[in-house]
Design a protein around this ligand. Sequence first.
Ligand code: ATP
Ligand code: MG
Length: 564
Amino acid sequence: MEEKILAPEAGEKEVISKNFIEMEIEKDLAEGVYDHVQTRFPPEPNGYLHIGHAKSILLNYGLAQKYNGKFNLRFDDTNPTKEKTEFVESIIADVKWLGAEFEDRLFFASNYFEQMYECAVFLIKKGKAFVCDLSAEEIREYRGDFNTPGKESPYRNRSIEENLELFAQMREGKFKDGEKVLRAKIDMASPNINMRDPVIYRVARMSHHNTGDAWCIYPMYDFAHPIEDAIEHVTHSICTLEFEDHRPLYDWVVRECEFENPPRQIEFAKLYLTNVVTGKRYIKKLVEDGIVDGWDDPRLVSIAALRRRGYTPESIRMFVDLVGVSKANSSVDYAMLEYCIREDLKLKKARMMAILDPVKLVIDNYPEGEVEELEVPNNLENEALGSRKVPFSRELYIEREDFMENPPKKYFRLFPGNEVRLFGAYFVTCTGFEKDEEGKVTVIHCTYDPETKSGSGFTGRKVKGTIHWVEAGSAKTVECRLYENIVDEEKGKLNEDGSLNLNPNSLTVLPNCLVEPALAEAKAYDSFQFMRNGYFCADCKDSQPGKPVFNRIVSLKSSFKLPK
Ligand code: ATP
Ligand code: MG
């Protein structure tokens, strides 16, 4: 689907690749079909946006940018039953956060109801639409199926005058819900079932979040959507593959309503991710059952959840770019999204010290009562992030897994007799340890060598392991939350009864982590690398001033795994 074109001015290896939508747009511009590019993102305000929507948003926005065009945010709010203002607000916030700039072009399809009504009247006057009294069930029966042509409605040949009169009465509320519909008069024998005189207006007494009770008739999606696009002078109406069979109807509507320079529809494949739950029905159940903490639970992939987890707009843009645009449905590995956030944060974030599972380390030959301020670099790969001071003293905490009484081969961390580097501080040699009655290590003892101070230029000897630590007296206790995928595709996403096969370990709460003092100041959405433990972000819901809760965004790739 991708065409690779050699950039003439660039070296042989460089290629500019265009996706098939870009190729279509360039063809249209070259042929003068359009003299500008206008795209839109048309969400239905019936839920929170997810990573799939992010792809659609960034695709539409990106195309507008690339071709000096404009991008609109338009709510496709023509079906009042499931729509809520809460969703309108969350969608606006999410689109803005992703950086898709719609400026003052925020539109609501419901503001076009009058124009849609006029389009319907126009079609009736052309003899292209008729009021039908068949029930929903009868309409279905008459429609036929893939193998059987449809049967024409007995109301199909009503006069234009009668149709105009009846349609006006539909609007005035003369009929009960479902009693009459307006249908396009196209072709009951069409091989495309969508073209068999589709319903374009129905009577439905529903209060609308925007228009209230002004209307008791509502347009159907396939009629409303092309009109919305045409009103906004959209050129390329980009949607997902399930609308491919609806394209002839889209074209019919804009043609018969005689819009000038009508928009065209182009379809692409939806984005699916492995090991995540995207279906609204499933998420709703997870929320209702209290398994997740709302639509923005960090284990979900709604945009709000990704933001709360600590994903950045940049990482999502990188992900969407890497995935590309395709005509074939496929699932993308969740690990790719993780790769993108690691890449984005790698050079941007300070690498701090936090101990998730603390055990005490006592440096027996370090002066009692003394506290040193050590200068440590914030990011060894990015000097621009500068350095900070961290306290150091005789008593520290280290990760429990950084000590072993009887280590396996290639374990380079602390064990009796072994020397390691304490990051940014000194070399220490393990001299012993204490255990409680259950055999759990409670204190590790060591001695330090003052000569080996970090930054002193010491070259006397090398050690294989570097471990991180926090100073006992100044460390702050915080809660950290570790996540695993909520479902595991390899183990089967669903149980036999159709319910989700949930991973019981999707959330681990560690209430007693110890962090260096600076981390206690973290505010909602601040993120850091916790050395060797991954990237963490201060939770926006549960953090308190001076007492943040940290969500692990993603782990670092680990070079060594303890044998189980
Ligand atoms: P869902 O049922 O998952 O919420 P939807 O299609 O009902 O999706 P809409 O609000 O109708 O949600 O969609 C808004 C836009 O987002 C549409 O243009 C739709 O094609 C696009 N979209 C929805 N899901 C995806 C996806 N997984 N990948 C790419 N685009 C998507
Ligand atoms: Mg929808």
